[in-house]
Design a protein. Sequence first.
Length: 169
Amino acid sequence: MTALLPRTSRVAAIAAVGLLVAACGAYGGAGAGASQTPGASTAGGPPTIGIATSAALGAYLTGPNGLTLYIKTSDTANTSTCTGACLAAWPALTVTAGQSPIAGAGVTGALGTFTRPEGATQVTYNGLPLYYWASDKKAGDTTGQGVGGFVVASVSGAAPSPSSGRYGY
């Protein structure tokens, strides 16, 4: 089929497919092992967890790429209740087995990891698993607050109540 397209169109089509694959792969997913989730590091060393602040939510955790990190209010220490469709919408912050996340300036809680049932190594904050929200697209987005029992991961470590009542995971 590419033989029917002019050379410039083929180059543009290949570039577009490459960008699409890169964008889709950026969030990783269930069963991906040491997949590249937003900010997870598989080759360049462990990720640094940072902070951001908002007037409504206070200080909260961010991944190395600046995207907001969340916790699920039904999770317990080193145990994730997010699997299947939930994990597709809420990609786990993962690292390569044996890596430990690094606390950036202002991150005062304990960072750790645990092995998920499918084998990925998920990052925790004060024992609670950390996730991204697939609908957050840029640093400062907190559109997952209150969705499906997820809340932004507060720097204080306290789990605020979901504010919007939008549940489903």
